[in-house]
Design a protein around this ligand. Structure first.
Ligand code: GDP
Ligand code: MG
Length: 409
């Protein structure tokens, strides 16, 4: 079984306790019934596989596909992505309080974050239940930002004077030093580069940076390396709706969300009680006789109060946004046989790869197989049947065939 390509990005579900992180995670990782036997099993209790959903190219090309690394549900491609349900964050976690260390160890590995907040304001700072509206969810956002920035700053702070001197005396590249120091945090060179560019700080004279400059740099780096969106959860509880509007002022993507509803719908779909694909705006009840009165009522309430009102439960949308907007990823379909859009065993549109925008044809070849990358000659883009070179930048929904000097085994 081929595993997820190396461009795979880990999604972290973060937030304080009791906001619905685990509910969100359970819903997101509950595999559609069609793929109950899908070979991606849970790695750890709080790690699982969710899906990015995008319209499949099968309809456009007029073919019946046979997916291998992903699933096609009536023309919607579901591409597996790894999700981690991080421990609940409490104030001062960066100083090791509560589950702070566990939280930080998990968030360290994440490439993108969904911050689940209780938009109804029904949980206090520490996650204790309070009256809806009593707590301001905007505070939770600021608090998480601060915790993460302080944690990152703390990793570098003690050695910062030494790092700064090294850069200036030995003319050692700040970028290289930071890249090395922060590699365990899923922070890459490009992130550091971008943070330096955005802050306009002098990378050759870090001894001149003030304390504020340093924090501003770290804060910028955090935003770049751990991009985040807000899942405004418990949207079914008033005054969540007002808070969604306020949350939007914080300059994040805010997705109204009802994790509980998504979980209920996926469970019902798993039992074939309803037809529902993750992220759909509606569902169809298959056998009303098989449902109890109260089950029917719950489903109808979800339809009226959540789906009709917000277009979806928000869980799938949040995951899509994390990968397609925050990480700027696109979906490409490599095929071997251009005629049939298949692999060598005749499976049509077998794979859908999530890759960062900017990935070239040759990089895709490397991603499929090192040998294919090495022996790359050219590629053919199937939609217009045109030959493209190694530097061709892939576009979303491209179907691509790679021609190499060697025949693949
Ligand atoms: N009303 C409402 N309650 C929710 C929703 N999502 C989760 N909950 C409830 O919030 C509580 C905490 O959920 P949980 O997922 O364990 O939170 P976690 O501590 O952040 O992982 C549970 O009682 C859930 O049933 C939602 O969308 N709406
Ligand atoms: Mg939990």
């Amino acid at each position: 079984m081929r595993l997820m390509p190396s461009y795979s990005r880990l999604l972290g579900i973060v937030g304080k306790p009791n906001v619905g992180k685990s509910t969100f995670f359970s819903a997101a990782t509950l595999a559609p019934a069609e793929i109950a036997n899908y070979p991606f099993t849970t790695i750890k209790p709080n790690r699982g596989v969710g899906y990015v959903r995008t319209p499949c190219v099968c309809k456009e090309f007029g073919v019946k596909d046979s997916p291998v690394n992903s699933i096609c549900m009536d023309g919607e491609r579901l591409i597996p992505v790894e999700i981690i349900d991080c421990a609940g964050l409490v104030p001062d976690a960066w100083q090791g309080r509560g589950l702070g260390n566990q939280f930080l160890d998990e968030i360290r590995k994440a490439d993108v974050l969904i911050h689940v907040v209780d938009a109804s304001g029904g949980t206090d700072f520490e996650g204790r239940i309070c009256k809806p509206g009593e707590h301001d969810p905007l505070e939770d956002v600021k608090f998480l930002e601060r915790e993460l920035t302080m944690w990152m700053a703390n990793i570098l702070k003690r050695d910062w004077p030494k790092i700064a001197r090294t850069v200036e005396s030995e003319a050692k590249d700040l970028l290289a030093i930071l890249e090395e120091r922060l590699s365990g945090l899923a922070i890459r060179r490009a992130h550091v580069f971008e943070a330096l560019r955005r802050t306009g700080l002098n990378a050759e004279k870090p001894t001149l940076w003030s304390e504020e400059d340093f924090i501003r740099f770290i804060d910028t780096l955090r935003r770049i390396a751990k991009p985040m969106l807000i899942a405004a959860n418990k949207i079914d509880v008033s005054p969540a709706e007002e808070n969604v509007e306020r949350l939007k002022q914080l300059n994040y993507i805010v997705v109204p969300c009802c994790a509980e509803a998504e979980l209920a719908l996926r469970k019902a779909a798993e039992k074939k009680l309803i037809d529902y694909r993750p992220g759909d705006c509606d569902f169809k009840i298959n056998n009303p006789e098989k449902l109890t009165e109260s089950q029917l009522k719950v489903l109808e309430t979800i339809r009226e109060k959540i789906l009709r009102r917000y277009g979806s439960t928000g869980v799938q949308e949040a995951i899509n946004m994390a990968y397609l907007k925050l990480l700027n990823m696109i979906v490409v379909y490599p095929v071997e046989d251009l005629e049939h859009l298949s692999d060598h065993s005749g499976r049509v549109l077998p794979d859908a790869y999530l890759v960062p925008y900017g990935t070239t044809a040759r990089e895709l070849a490397y991603l499929i197989h090192t040998e294919l990358g090495e022996s790359f000659i050219y590629a053919v883009e199937a939609r217009e049947r045109r030959r493209v070179g190694e530097d061709y930048v892939l576009k979303d929904r491209d179907v691509i065939s790679i021609v190499s000097a060697k025949k693949r085994a």
